[in-house]
Design a protein around this ligand. Structure first.
Ligand code: RP5
Length: 183
């Protein structure tokens, strides 16, 4: 039996162990997950930010994508993150259907992700798609940028971000002499 694309929150079980999602993450393919968008989810989880994550494609599953966007809006999601590779129109389609910010993460591709990056960053004026770096760095920074947007309204997320900055600084300062063996 085919799994349903969208299961209402109250019947979703404890997929992420979190409450009402504030961030909706969508990726164009399962191939965007391992080593890439899993870092978005890990970063949001570390920051304690509830999220929904789904594989849906602008060209392979357009109707299900629109249904998911509407469901996320109804659930109260405040930021979207969209990841795709190649002719990457997913983020643009999401942005066309919501007034919430849509952060785009270009996925590595046969053209090293340059095609994905340009597809996302070159949106015509009127429908913005703020675009992060290609691959893992963009996946992590999308989560942090979403947190920064949310922090304007949610104080606990601002506090979690400040802790994250302190941890990153401490990691550098713990091992500042590059002439010594790492660690
Ligand atoms: C895009 O095409 C996806 O976002 C993915 O990055 C790329 C390749 O997808 P697969 O052929 O691996 O499913 O739609």
């Amino acid at each position: 039996m085919q799994r349903p694309v969208f299961v209402p929150r109250e019947r979703r079980g404890n997929l992420t162990g979190m409450d009402k999602p504030l961030v909706g993450i969508v990726m164009g393919s399962r191939s965007d997950w391992a080593g890439l968008m899993e870092h978005t989810v890990a970063t949001l989880t570390e920051l304690g930010i509830p999220h929904d994550v789904r594989t849906l494609s602008a060209h392979r599953t357009p109707d299900a994508l629109l249904e998911w966007i509407a469901a996320q809006e109804a659930d109260g999601v405040e930021v979207f993150i969209a990841a795709a590779g190649g002719a990457a129109h997913l983020a643009g389609v999401v942005a066309a259907k919501t007034l919430k910010p849509v952060l785009a993460v270009p996925m590595p591709s046969k053209l090293d992700g340059i095609d994905s990056l340009l597809s996302m960053v070159q949106m015509p004026a009127g429908i913005p798609v703020p675009t992060l770096a290609i691959g893992k760095a963009g996946a992590i920074n999308a989560a942090l940028a979403a947190a920064q947007i949310l922090a304007a309204k949610h104080d606990s997320i601002g506090a979690a971000l400040a802790d994250d900055r302190r941890r990153r600084a401490a990691a550098v300062l713990a091992d500042p002499d590059p002439r010594l063996p790492a660690g």
